[in-house]
Design a protein around this ligand. Structure first.
Ligand SMILES: Cc1cc2nc3c(=O)[nH]c(=O)nc-3n(C[C@H](O)[C@H](O)[C@H](O)COP(=O)(O)OP(=O)(O)OC[C@H]3O[C@@H](n4cnc5c(N)ncnc54)[C@H](O)[C@@H]3O)c2cc1C
Length: 473
């Protein structure tokens, strides 16, 4: 058994932060291990297009192994990280009952954020969020399925419930989702049904705040709202969701009134919560965690007292920087540079500074809002800029080509190619929740049941694995 000689960088997450850290270390004399619970790099900004039948999951989620295949210093491991021990410098991950304990010299935590239901996690059952491919495919099934059920319904009230779509949260994701459902109903499905007129579908966008797209400023928010309303979306502001079930959603209005909207399909685009891994390391280092679960990192993205542990992207709370892809990309590149400086014995760079490249959101075909520096623009120019920026930002040539083709089909012809949806897509998540761990992983122990002794055995076995890999051939 030989001890590894190269500096071992472990990265958690294959999203923007994780992938760009790994790529930034491509030409360096370090050993990179990227651990992620998903096998792909997900381009979250286009998830809503998967949910509404424009793009396939593969278009926006290329395999991480494929992307890093030629990067010889990088190894990809599937695993849901369960624990991090920052004193002993280990990461414990699990994949279908198989545990791995991975030792590191530097750690980059880029595990992103999940959906937050603000303490009402049971809402998830009837109002899926939009954070991953599972969410998008489930929503696709629910949206297209609602039209199918409405075609069969004979009771006008039931039909109305089925044709009412409520999107909660008027940030970019909610705005894009509401705009796309309206466009789907009015254009794509226009001639396809015989008992219903899909254009009669009601799309409601709710938010507790008093404006649409708050980060874009008052003027662009007003324009986005007007543009949504022109496309038939009913925008209801000052509306707080207090409850929801299979067929309805209950709202407290700003004037103190309470009301109920009958709607089968609900989409939750209202809040984010930093990965729980943030709290695991923050507690050990004595760092603070904000209400959204994001860690107050130091100016150089490290944990206090741990120059070898970096946090990037959606997991951090630093100087009010926004939770956007560029923050994660820039943070990943910065962390990679700092690690290399340390390995090479060079001085660390100055504090991390986020460079704001602007924000954009589409509303529907030919309509978007964009804010780039002092420039605010809307309509077709913003929409074209949005298309170009997103196409360039995607990782992988093949994905860009297939996405461009799908956009041409949708935007020129109004049709959508990716409408596959099955009963399992819609119901599998809830069924798995109901049936529990034993159903999904029969005979395999729960992560929380592993004893310290079992963990130590796994650590030793994993260390042997790594050493074998480092043996000269
Ligand atoms: C629907 C939607 C639309 C968006 N639109 C835009 C936009 O238009 N423009 C923009 O700039 N930003 C947008 N964002 C935000 C942007 O996508 C995020 O800021 C960005 O993805 C953050 O990158 P990250 O690397 O921190 O996290 P992520 O990209 O979320 O990556 C997290 C990674 O960690 C992995 N992971 C999580 N937990 C574990 C664990 N326990 N063990 C192992 N792996 C784990 C995940 O599988 C994933 O690979 C959008 C986000 C969403 C959800």
């Amino acid at each position: 058994m030989t001890a590894p000689t190269k500096h071992r960088v472990v990265i958690i997450g294959s999203g923007f932060g994780g992938l760009f850290t790994a790529k930034a270390l491509a030409h360096d004399d370090v050993d990179v291990t990227l651990v992620s619970r998903t096998a792909s790099h997900l381009f979250q900004p286009l998830l809503y297009q998967v949910a509404t039948g424009i793009l396939s999951g593969g278009d926006i989620a290329p395999a991480t192994r494929d992307i890093l295949g030629t990067q010889k210093n990088a190894r990809v491991i599937m695993g849901d990280v369960q624990d991090i021990d920052i004193e002993n410098r280990t990461v414990t991950s699990r994949f279908v009952g198989r545990d791995q304990v991975i030792e590191y010299d530097s750690l980059v935590l880029a595990a992103g954020a999940g959906q937050s239901y603000f303490g009402n996690d049971h809402f998830a059952r009837n109002a899926p969020g939009m954070k991953d491919i599972d969410d998008a495919l489930e929503l696709r099934g629910r949206i297209f399925g609602a039209f199918e059920l409405a075609e069969l319904a004979t009771d006008p009230d039931e039909r109305r419930r089925l044709l009412t779509f409520v999107v909660v949260g008027a940030g970019p994701t909610g705005v894009e989702m509401a705009g796309q459902i309206a466009e789907l109903a009015q254009r794509t499905l226009r001639d396809e049904f015989r008992s219903i007129d899909p254009a009669e579908a009601q799309v409601i966008l709710l938010d507790g705040a008093d404006q649409v797209l708050p980060p874009f400023g008052e003027r662009l928010g007003r324009k986005a709202k007007a543009s949504l309303e022109k496309r038939g979306v009913d925008v209801q502001l000052g509306a707080m969701v207090v409850d929801l079930d299979e067929t309805s959603i209950t709202i407290d209005d700003a004037d103190g009134g309470r009301r109920e909207i009958e709607a089968v399909t609900k989409v939750w685009a209202a809040g984010v919560a930093g990965s729980p891994l943030g709290k695991i390391v923050a507690d050990q280092a004595g760092a603070e965690v904000d209400k959204a679960g994001r860690v107050h990192v130091q100016d150089d993205l490290t944990l206090p007292g741990h120059e070898e542990v970096y946090l990037v992207g959606d997991m951090i709370n630093l100087k009010g920087y926004p939770g956007v892809a560029q923050l994660a990309i820039q943070g990943g590149k910065y962390a990679a540079d700092q690690i290399l400086r340390r390995v090479e014995g060079r001085e660390p760079a100055g504090p991390f500074k986020y460079f704001d490249k602007g924000s954009m959101a589409t509303i529907s075909k030919y309509s978007a809002v964009a804010k780039i520096g002092p420039l605010n623009f809307t309509g077709v120019p913003a929409w074209l800029a949005w298309l170009a920026v997103h196409l360039i930002a995607m990782v992988g040539f093949k994905n860009r080509v297939t996405t461009l083709l799908s956009w041409i089909i949708t935007f020129v012809g109004d049709s959508r190619n990716e409408r596959v949806s099955t009963m399992r897509m819609v119901f599998a998540r809830n069924a798995m929740d109901d049936l529990g761990h034993e159903f999904a992983f029969p005979g395999l122990p729960r992560p929380e049941d592993a004893s310290p002794g079992e963990r130590e055995a796994v650590r030793r076995a994993s260390a042997d694995d790594v050493s074998e890999r480092d043996e000269p051939a």
